[in-house]
Design a protein around this ligand. Structure first.
Ligand code: HEM
Length: 127
């Protein structure tokens, strides 16, 4: 029961992180000043904290040990890569070419994390 609630919270925040990241990516591409708005710099972090908290809660409630579940380790690694690439794409990338490349890479990592989540396989589709 509790696990299901946490999973729904996790899924809700996954949808929000995806939506906000796409929105901010579009603003970066359009050189929009909206990227620097106060809420844009705060809300995604709160959402991502809830996303991770729900994930850790599921591990606790479900008695899942990440060290014994390669797909969970893959998601944690993927999340770190997504955060790093996302920062380069939206903030730190010095040229637009670098930011665009980081944006594409971040979206690819995000797609991989979601595929790993659904298949529970580090290489989704592998036998
Ligand atoms: C941006 C990062 C993440 C995304 C996009 C994401 C996405 C998802 C999705 C789409 C599901 C649903 C899978 C299904 O319905 O079968 C899911 C489930 C889950 N995720 Fe994440 N996740 C992320 C990060 C994490 C992290 C870092 C952890 C662990 C520390 C984690 C742990 C879990 C667990 C335990 C489940 C439930 C699996 C199940 O019971 O079927 N997630 N995630």
């Amino acid at each position: 029961m509790y696990y299901t609630a946490l999973k729904h919270l996790h899924l809700l925040t996954v949808a929000i992180t995806l939506g906000l990241f796409l929105l901010r990516g579009a603003w970066m591409l359009a050189d929009s000043p909206r990227l620097g708005a106060r809420w844009v710099r705060i809300v995604p972090h709160i959402n991502d904290t809830v996303l991770l908290a729900a994930a850790i809660g599921m591990l606790g409630v479900g008695g899942l040990n990440p060290l014994q579940q390669p797909w969970i380790m893959a998601k944690i690694g993927g999340l770190l890569a997504y955060i790093g690439l996302g920062t380069v794409a939206l903030k730190r990338g010095r040229t637009k070419a670098i930011r665009v490349a980081a944006l594409i890479a971040a979206l690819a990592v995000l797609a991989w994390i979601i595929a790993v989540a659904f298949t529970k396989q580090v290489i989704p589709g592998a036998i």
